[in-house]
Design a protein around this ligand. Structure first.
Ligand code: PLP
Length: 364
């Protein structure tokens, strides 16, 4: 493999994080959210390890169909729903559950030839995010229409939280209250909580929860680390030192020469760049971990390389292993430095990075 970057996926950490979700859910059922290729960890490998979840949630039909090939028995929820008759038929044959957020999707269902396997529909109510979903005033009439459709086997109700990552924001309470104010009798199941709801907002637990980011060992809250919630990082992105340079005082490092050596210093070059998914906007000072020691990135991130200030580690040499995020270096910290969120970094790891599975067996 040479000195190319690798993403190690720790399946024991994935199982541990699901157990944390189980504990917090306190008897509620769990949709493990594995859209966007399992938040960049690989959807199928993630599903295999998370088989103790009660179901899997993805965003799109093509994700669900790929998943159905692997996961035969579990319920699969398509959170974006379907947009054509052909897709509705595909979903029905594959026994997918569908979110439904728009009046056009209602029409599509009404016009559907009664399928052999009628569908379970999760009607989405907009409780304050103003992205997808029906206004709460329209829920009853919409549910009425759907309950008359032979294409619908079961009707459930869901919403999505906009601000649950901030435990002081009253918007989440308002969303939960609005959800609860909708008469529940015509629905069989309910779902509100994402990871932040599950860990921070008991009022959002409903009877199905939908954790995503916490399963991968990153914090859903803007002001805490995953370890504060007892979560373990699943992905560790690592690479190796490919050069050690001794630069003179005043020499400029990397594209644009934005970093100027303040003295004679050791600079290490590491095989990772934005072509691998490392954030190009990570500024000088963003830490990497070499032999347990934090070294600051210097200068611009290139496509295939970054440079770090190795003054505190004069013994550094070509081939030394470097952790970019994961075990020992929270992905949230790198995201903060780069002005983004852990979700984006995890989802953004590119295909040219080799994925290594670790602790796939239960004993791990
Ligand atoms: C509708 C819906 N539910 C649940 C989730 C999971 O959210 P999180 O990863 O914050 O737990 C998402 C993710 O974006 C989502 O779009």
């Amino acid at each position: 493999m040479g000195y190319a970057p690798q993403a190690t996926i720790d399946h024991a950490a994935l199982r541990h994080n699901l157990k944390c979700a189980r504990k917090a859910a306190n008897g509620r059922k769990i949709w493990a959210v594995i859209k966007a290729d399992g938040y960049g960890h690989g959807m199928l490998r993630t599903a295999r390890t998370l088989k103790e979840a009660d179901g899997f949630a993805v965003a799109r039909l093509d994700e669900a169909m790929r998943l159905r090939g692997e996961v035969v028995a579990h319920p699969i929820l398509v959170m974006g729903g379907c947009y054509t008759q052909a897709d509705l038929h595909t979903a029905s044959i594959a026994r997918l559950e569908l979110a439904l957020h728009d009046v056009q999707q209602v029409r599509l269902l009404q016009e559907m030839e009664p399928p052999q396997q009628p569908l379970t529909i999760w009607l989405k109510v907009d409780t304050g995010m103003h992205r997808l979903g029906f206004n709460h005033e329209a829920i009853h009439s919409t549910a009425e229409l759907l309950s008359k459709s032979p294409a619908v086997a079961q009707l459930n109700l869901m919403t999505h939280l906009a601000n649950a990552d901030d435990r002081n924001d009253p918007a989440t309470h308002a969303q939960c209250e609005l959800f609860e104010s909708i008469e529940h009798t015509r629905f069989s199941h309910y779902s509100i909580a994402n990871s932040a709801g599950l860990l921070g907002w008991p009022a959002s637990l409903s009877n199905w929860v939908r954790p995503g980011i916490m399963l991968y060992g990153a914090s859903p809250f803007f002001d805490t680390r995953a370890s504060d919630q007892g979560l373990l990082p699943v992905m560790t992105l690592h690479s190796r030192v490919i050069a050690v340079r001794h630069c003179r005082n005043g020499e400029k490092v990397g594209y644009g020469g934005s970093y100027i050596c303040p003295e004679a210093m050791t600079v290490a070059v590491i095989a990772i760049g934005y072509g691998d998914g490392y954030p190009r906007h990570a500024p000088t000072g963003t830490p990497v971990l070499v032999g347990g020691q934090r070294l600051p990135l210097i200068g611009r991130v290139s496509m295939d390389m970054i440079c770090v200030d190795a003054r505190v580690l004069p013994t550094i040499q070509m081939g030394d292993e470097v952790v970019l995020w994961g075990k020992g270096l929270p992905v949230e910290e790198i995201a903060e430095q780069a002005g983004t969120i852990a979700y984006e970094l995890l989802c953004g790891v590119k295909q040219r990075v080799a994925f290594i599975d670790q602790n796939e067996d239960e004993e791990g």
